[in-house]
Design a protein around this ligand. Structure first.
Ligand code: C2E
Ligand code: CA
Ligand code: CA
Length: 617
């Protein structure tokens, strides 16, 4: 018998092996899953992850055989670690190196052995992943390739353990091996894996000829950023940690999960066979994770959305599966009530249409198909036109004119909204010079909408400032930028700086759709806002007498007066509304009573007519 030789670099190899902290560690599901996959792929009764220690080979996992270790000198794996390629022995009895090996002639009577070296990131062989049978057999090329991939996966799993150890040591440098810091909660540790690893696992499961059923869920922790901004990173991370612990408590032992990015997690649940099962897992997750959590003497709850997809032989790539789960997640995140969703045909088709619209919009934007229409703002008392609001329209190549409700969401998804705003501002400033020729001495306001995307992007903000500095408005014209309260949720110091920079450039700042958001007034009052545009939903109800909305409008006007804010009422459609608003002290109006939004040529005509009439009421 040829004894397993000791390679010249064995000391370095052993040092590397020990740095993983895997030798003599307890059983772990992730490794056992890999051992089981070895059997599935090779079709052998035994699947092993063997680590070659100084005098023994130690089994991190040994599926199908009741053994923990054997002496190194008789081990097959002791030979495998000498090479980079697999060591495959189709029949040990035919091989002079092994025919009289005790593992062959006695229990467990090995006849077939296929060992795939486990090579660490710096090139040292730690052990081998092996398939063992008591019958002679042969492997196909595709099986060998799959097992090679699996061996790399096993090393990555070890790598993950090592990283965890190093992180823990870095966090507590003084601690010694004997009093190592408390590991992350055991169960989280057991189910946690890396993104690469989880995706490799999915790929491997999909590549099996008899594909197993399993579920994949994408979880989004929706408000962590907002909580981090409001209460600090440590509160957000405490909340997240507690949510993760609740998550793993709900998952079966054979599940795996990984972090995809700061707000998203992936969960793989093997043996999930029906959509009903998957939905009930998703429902339980959202239910539990949204229960309030005590953090820093406060009760916090953060919404969680789950998008799920079920594999039943219907996927061939991990990419398709992940993107289906992402579509489902987007549907879930959009829903106000229930927070999970499973992928279905209708949402897959909708997602394709969304993508199509996004790509057409991207092309349309670069070809200048987006243009501003203008709606006059008027003095509620005199009906004189005091300004215009520019509203985006998309004139498609077939001549169809699309309203913002049909493309703004697509612009936001495709991250084009900030660019769209800038284009509107640029074009509207150009148009203001044409409008100014009609009434060169009349003070006028050019009002535009500013998206959250623009407000949150330092690069786009720089472009906005450059645009304002480089393209002045006509004399007597002033630029106003309207923004929604929901888009002012960044940390106060940041948003204050941005608004101050705009204010210093002489830009008037307005809150759009006022009354529908939930900002605290004291917060708004700390920013240099000039006016409130009161949402049309209140104005619409004015015609019905004794509506509580009348009372709300009275309060808004009184409050705006107290804070020295200018007021514009949106959606003024009737003369009765105009009169009520004017009596109440609102300054300006905007609505179909005077005019709908219209193209530049039409607003020029309207301005000319108004100039000719100029009859105050
Ligand atoms: P908004 O800023 O509140 O604009 C007012 C909307 O109300 C416009 O709809 C306008 O046509 C409509 N409207 C005005 N008066 C009346 C009225 O008397 N009755 C009724 N029923 N509606 C009236 P539009 O043009 O469809 O725009 C919808 C929203 O799209 C805007 O609401 C604004 O939030 C957004 N939007 C439009 N253009 C842009 C843009 O360039 N950038 C960004 N970020 N958002 C834009
Ligand atoms: Ca607006
Ligand atoms: Ca509005």
């Amino acid at each position: 018998m040829l004894q397993a030789p000791i390679p010249p670099n064995d000391a370095a190899r052993l040092q590397e092996l020990r740095s993983y902290g895997v030798l003599d560690s307890p059983e772990e599901q992730a490794f056992d899953d890999i051992g089981a996959l070895v059997r599935d792929i090779a079709g052998t009764p035994i699947g092993i992850i063997s680590l070659v220690d100084e005098n023994r080979q130690w089994f991190k996992t040994c599926i199908g055989l009741d053994a923990k270790e054997t002496p190194r000198n008789i081990s097959f794996c002791g030979h495998t670690i000498l090479q980079r390629t697999p060591l495959i022995i189709n029949d040990a009895l035919d091989d002079p190196r092994f025919c009289d090996n005790p593992l062959v002639i006695q229990e467990p009577h090995i006849r077939f052995y296929a060992g795939f070296p486990l090579i660490s990131s710096n090139g040292l062989a730690l052990g081998s992943l092996c398939a063992v049978d008591q019958q002679p057999r042969q492997l196909q090329g595709s099986q060998i390739e799959a097992l090679e991939r699996l061996a790399r996966l096993a090393v990555r799993q070890m790598e993950l353990k090592r990283q965890g150890r190093l992180l823990a040591q870095a966090a507590h440098p003084a601690s010694t091996e004997a009093e190592a810091p408390a590991p992350p909660p055991a169960r989280l540790h057991q189910l946690l894996t890396s993104k690469d690893q989880l995706i490799s696992m999915v790929e491997l499961m999909l590549s099996q000829s008899s594909q197993a059923c399993f579920g994949l869920m994408r979880l989004e922790f929706k408000e962590l950023r907002r909580i981090a901004n409001a209460l600090g990173e440590s509160s957000a991370s405490a909340l997240r940690q507690e949510q993760l612990e609740r998550l793993v408590a709900l998952l079966p032992d054979n599940a795996s999960c990984c972090e995809l990015n700061e707000q998203e997690w992936l969960v793989l649940t093997p043996f999930t066979a029906t959509e009903e099962q998957l939905c009930s897992q998703a429902a339980a997750i959202t239910e539990q994770l949204q229960q309030p959590i005590g953090v820093a003497q406060q009760l916090l709850s953060s919404q969680v959305a789950v998008g799920a997809a079920l594999v039943q032989g219907n996927y061939s790539s991990a990419g398709d599966l992940l993107s289906d789960a992402a579509i489902a997640l987007r549907n879930a995140a959009r829903r106000p009530g229930s927070h999970y969703s499973c992928i279905d045909l209708a949402s897959r088709i909708q997602a394709q249409q969304d993508l199509q619209l996004e790509s057409e919009l991207r092309a349309g934007l670069s070809q200048g198909q987006l243009e501003p229409h203008f709606q006059p703002l008027f003095d509620l008392k005199t009906r004189a036109v005091v300004g215009v609001e520019a509203l985006a329209r998309w004139r498609r190549s077939d001549g169809e004119l699309l309203m913002p409700s049909l493309f703004l969401e697509a612009a936001e998804r495709a991250e084009l909204l900030g660019e769209l705003d800038l284009q509107m501002i640029r074009q509207a400033i150009g148009a203001s010079h044409v409008m100014a020729r009609v009434q060169p001495h009349q003070p006028m306001l050019l009002s535009l909408n500013l998206s959250g995307a623009l407000l949150e992007s330092p690069a786009l903000l720089q472009n906005l400032f450059a645009l304002i500095d480089g393209e002045p408005l006509p004399q007597h014209w002033q630029l106003q930028l309207e923004m929604l309260e929901v888009n002012l949720q960044q940390p106060e110091a940041e948003i204050a700086r941005t608004l101050q920079q705009l204010h210093q450039r002489g830009v008037l700042l307005a809150i759009d759709d006022f009354g529908t958001g939930y900002s605290s007034l004291s917060r708004l009052n700390r920013f240099p806002f000039h006016s409130l545009k009161v949402d049309m939903s209140f104005v619409k109800l004015l015609d019905a007498p004794e509506q509580p909305s009348n009372r709300i409008l009275e309060v808004i006007q009184a409050m705006a007066e107290a804070l020295d804010l200018h007021t514009t009422a949106e959606g003024v459609e009737t003369e009765a509304q105009r009169q009520w608003l004017q009596r109440q002290g609102f300054h300006w109006g905007q609505g179909y009573l005077l005019a709908k939004p219209m193209p530049l040529q039409d607003i020029l005509n309207l301005l000319l007519t108004h100039l000719a009439e100029a009859v105050p009421l």
